[in-house]
Design a protein around this ligand. Sequence first.
Ligand code: RP5
Length: 167
Amino acid sequence: METGKQALVGIIMGSQSDWETMQHTIETLEKLGVPHETRVVSAHRTPDLLFDYCASARDRGLKILIAGAGGAAHLPGMAAAKTPLPVLGVPVQSKALNGMDSLLSIAQMPAGVPVGTLAIGRAGATNAALLAAAMLANEHDDIRQALDDYRAQQTERVLDNPDPRPE
Ligand code: RP5
């Protein structure tokens, strides 16, 4: 769902095959009511689109980019090279190396152009959304409230279910 409100977070991913992972970013942003936009942008298959998307991101009103990619995952680093916005990178779990390749490709940026790197796979995709929301919460009271509620609910779920044994 793209709400029609000014998108604050731009989510890009290297391939449609990344959707299975990156859908958790979108789901989480939607739970928190964070306006966003999503598209496939590949660093190696559509490099000109990558440049245009990232170079125009700030002027289009985006505040944060989240980039998910797997394998030789250069998308987040290239995105960070082309925009002054904060870039969060999600390593997608690759088939050949279980995402270690993605993780190291995204995390090991040389000093000067940072990418905030999350965990491999679903946890990283979810946490990228939560981290983006936490950054936006400094200036958006509705997002801060939604994030507080989200955290309170997950605390309650644990406290309400202290017995670890399956029913
Ligand atoms: C990367 O290559 C994508 O981010 C994806 O994780 C991986 C494989 O892409 P496909 O071959 O499935 O399109 O660019």
